[in-house]
Design a binder for this molecule. Structure first.
Ligand code: GAL
Length: 362
């Protein structure tokens, strides 16, 4: 793989970010410059610029592993394709700058995992001025922003579905295990571990998970909640506080993602509470570590957020846009179609202990 990064004032920064990411993501992701001596567009090669909100987010890094494999496959089929991946480290101004630089360096399509999903305007304006299509992914901008230009797209999943499926799974569990209502008061004492404030998945998952349980006849009693920003360590410390405040009274933990569910498990282990006294703990994502916890039985269940399908759809769309192909001819995962010429959403799936092994090998 050739690494061609055009010299610019930030070249060292790009190299460093690329190298860090290559190390984090393994060899699957091709990290090379979009630049070189060729003109920006129209020479037949595909140059994808990817900007991540935070390379250390577990789900995002697993999605990027898959994305890298799809790029590798395309390359092995003889396509001239290069990718540069930049980490915005949770800074929107840094992301805006990275995007401008990736365009300057010759990328002919961008995949942007927005830091602030309410602030895409600068990126949209820069891309539009240079006629470079943008695929936003995972962090969903509002529809009005996506409609600002016809070369803007979104690849992700349906947040409502993840909340509903988590609520259904928890309902099924409590109906099958009446003894999980440990204090036998007829309602389930629960806590929620929420992702980032303002993130579509955090807001919607919490609301729909709880509402689905209630509408399925489970009486719920909320004894606490905490925002832990998708992060395992933060979830652990917030969960320790919730355990300290509630003793063994918590019967259910609804976590907006697997890393936070794992943080809850860490907290119970850290507090030395025997596993048979732990509450039911549900996550969302089906990350490798999350699935291992489901197999081990420490996490009761998770909802698979199809990182592989999202990566495949994103790579296919990026390739199609950069090579001037037809969107109608894209090879999307089975049962998935582009909606309104704008959105590609992959479905979520429930994963219990029986199914976890199968998902781990995906
Ligand atoms: C969610 C995912 C979280 C986190 C977040 C970042 O879809 O479930 O684990 O990765 O995206 O935007």
């Amino acid at each position: 793989m050739s690494t061609m990064v055009r010299k610019s004032k930030k070249t060292a920064g790009i190299r460093q970010a690329a190298a860090i990411l290559a190390a984090v993501l393994g060899t699957a992701v091709i990290v090379s410059g979009c630049g070189g001596t060729s003109p920006k567009k129209g020479n037949g090669s595909v140059r994808i610029g990817v900007s991540l909100y935070d390379q250390y987010d577990t789900f995002i890094s697993e999605l990027m592993d898959s994305f890298g494999s799809y790029v590798d496959t395309r390359k092995s089929e003889g396509v001239e394709i290069a990718t540069i991946v930049q980490d915005a480290s949770r800074s929107q101004p840094a992301q805006n700058e990275d995007v401008a630089e990736m365009i300057e360096n010759g990328c002919n399509v961008l995949c942007v995992n927005l830091v602030d999903r309410t602030a895409p305007t600068e990126i949209i304006d820069t891309a539009r001025k240079n006629d470079i299509p943008v695929i936003f992914f995972n962090r969903e901008l509002v529809e009005e922003d996506l409609m600002q230009w016809d070369k803007l797209y979104y690849v992700g999943a349906d947040a409502f579905q993840s909340g509903i499926l988590q609520g259904e799974m928890a309902t099924e569990y409590f109906k099958a295990h009446p003894e999980a209502d440990r204090n036998e008061d007829g309602s389930i004492q629960y806590v929620v571990l929420e992702g980032e404030a303002g993130h579509q998945d955090a807001i919607i998952r919490t609301e729909y998970s709880v509402d689905t349980m209630i509408s399925n006849g489970i009486l719920l009693d909320k004894v606490g909640y905490a925002i832990a920003n998708w992060n395992r360590a933060q979830a652990r410390s917030k969960m320790e506080q919730l355990i300290d405040g509630n003793g063994s009274g918590i019967e259910l933990v609804l976590a907006n993602n697997d890393d936070m569910a794992l943080g809850a498990i860490d907290a119970y282990q850290g507090r030395g509470i025997p596993e048979e006294e732990w509450p039911a703990i549900f996550g969302i994502d089906g990350t490798d570590t999350g699935l291992e916890a489901v197999i081990a039985g420490s996490m009761t269940g998770t909802i698979y957020n199809d990182k592989d399908g999202q990566a495949r759809a994103m790579e296919e769309l990026a390739y199609t846009l950069a090579s001037g192909g037809s969107l109608d001819k894209m090879q999307l995962p089975d049962g998935v179609a582009m909606q309104d010429n704008k959105y590609i959403r992959l479905p979520y799936e429930k994963v219990d202990r029986e199914k976890a092994e199968e998902y781990l090998s995906k």
